[in-house]
Design a protein around this ligand. Structure first.
Ligand code: FAD
Ligand code: UDP
Length: 369
């Protein structure tokens, strides 16, 4: 029997942040992960050619939260980096999210900002209420832009039509009348200077924290005497799918290295809404700032089977999740936090914020046994 105050299942952002906060408060923590590494989906590593890559697809850190930024800065220095994305439409590489340049190039126009606003006003198809991602996109940019930039990408990414997804999915993407071509507009946009895995190593380097990798919760559950469990894996799996399976979208990552060229593409990310089976190609060096005579990229092929990467935001899934959530709330000695445990399409900073909050609740629970 192993003893710890708290067992944390999963060493991604949700688990590692919670573990550190509890350790800082004096509690002994055992953190496990079934993968052979820490950092969850944010895991980065040097590939065989010496290039820092993200094994599970591109991870760009951005946040508006002073608190999240300050807290993470305990464990890393940062490299300023603003993400830029081009999208291939009708043979052209155009800025995405759609902005003034996108529209002028696509339609051969020369609109100023007011002209872009008037153009969008003319083509948009207002919908009320806005429930689905299709409602949202048609309401903001109309059918032609929807079909060129959104429908094909969404079909590939989710295996669903825009009309089958909640509005929140497409709401991640703004539409701009100016020339701002940044993907995010958050106050803070940085990459951890030495990578995410280094950040996690420092976060988990604490005398009260023990780490066990390649360890599944199911195999170890009965061998750990603890007062509280923090679970960051899929909530439906924890409950043996008793209300049914929550759907997740998975991805296959195809990594490739080029020894004979310094760069593969002009920006870190190019999207392919209508061509190829993959959704996007990411070239890591643009984001990490690494200098190297070769370069490494990753292509993302969405699929339904495989590791769960994305909860699928639509009302029936939310309803099913709610059943698991209600059940979890009847149990005082376990806390569910993170993208899979809360079935939320969270970015990294939102997971950190959720973990900061849940750690407070766990501390409170440990104070009052
Ligand atoms: P995870 O990182 O998934 O960690 C959960 C861990 O729990 C996993 O390591 C898993 O192995 C482990 N686990 C699960 N079940 C068990 C079990 N039974 N026993 C033991 N261990 C278990 N966010 C951004 O902010 N910016 C981005 O650019 C960005 N890009 C992304 C790109 C892709 C392709 C994906 C998939 C996500 C991206 N994200 C991005 C989101 C980001 O990855 C998540 O918000 C964050 O990593 C979630 O952290 P987490 O700890 O909740 O989950
Ligand atoms: N999207 C799209 N076309 C694009 C990029 C995004 O239609 O070129 C839609 C698609 O539904 C996608 C969602 O917007 O799943 C969110 O995109 P984001 O880039 O935020 O996805 P993530 O990086 O989380 O995979």
């Amino acid at each position: 029997m192993i003893r710890a105050d708290v067992l944390v299942v999963g060493a991604g952002f949700a688990g590692a942040v919670t573990a550190r906060l509890l350790a800082d408060a004096g509690h002994s923590v055992l953190i496990i992960d079934r993968r052979p590494h820490i950092a969850g989906n944010a895991y980065d590593e040097y590939d065989a050619h010496g290039i820092l890559i993200h094994r599970y697809g591109p991870h760009l850190f951005h946040t508006n939260s002073d608190r999240v930024m300050r807290w993470l800065s305990r464990f890393t220095d940062w490299r300023f980096y603003e993400h830029r994305v081009l999208t291939q439409v009708e043979g052209q590489l155009l800025p995405f999210p759609i902005n003034r340049t996108t529209l002028n190039r696509l339609y051969g126009l020369d609109l100023d900002e007011a002209g872009v606003a008037a153009f969008l006003e003319k083509v948009r198809e207002p919908r009320d209420p806005i429930r689905t991602s299709e409602d949202l996109v048609l309401s903001s940019v109309g059918r032609d832009l929807c079909d060129k930039f959104f429908r094909g990408y969404t079909r590939k990414q989710w295996g669903l039509d825009l009309a089958e997804l909640s509005a929140g999915v497409a709401a991640r993407i703004p539409v701009r009348t100016n020339d701002d071509d940044r993907y995010f507009t958050d106050v803070y946009q940085f990459m951890p200077r030495e990578g995410y895995t280094k950040l996690f190593e420092r976060m988990l380097d604490h005398p009260h924290i023990q780490i066990r990798l390649e360890t599944d919760f199911r195999d170890i559950d009965r061998h750990i005497a603890r007062r509280h469990t923090v679970y960051t894996g899929p909530i439906d799996e924890y409950y043996d799918f008793r209300f049914g399976r929550l759907p997740y979208r998975s991805l296959r990552f195809e990594h490739q290295h080029f020894a004979d060229r310094e760069w593969f593409q002009p920006v870190a990310q190019i999207n392919y809404p209508n061509d190829h089976d993959y959704t996007r190609i990411t070239e890591f060096k643009h984001a990490t700032g690494q200098r190297h005579t070769g370069t490494s990229i990753v292509r993302e092929y969405p699929q339904s089977e495989g590791d769960p990467y994305y909860p699928i935001p639509r009302p029936e899934n939310e309803e099913l999740y709610q059943k698991y959530k209600d059940l979890s709330e009847t149990e005082p000695n376990i806390t569910f936090v993170g993208r899979l445990a809360q079935y939320r399409y969270y970015n990294m900073d939102q997971v950190v914020a959720a973990a900061l909050k849940s750690a407070e609740k766990v501390k409170e629970a440990l104070r009052h046994p």
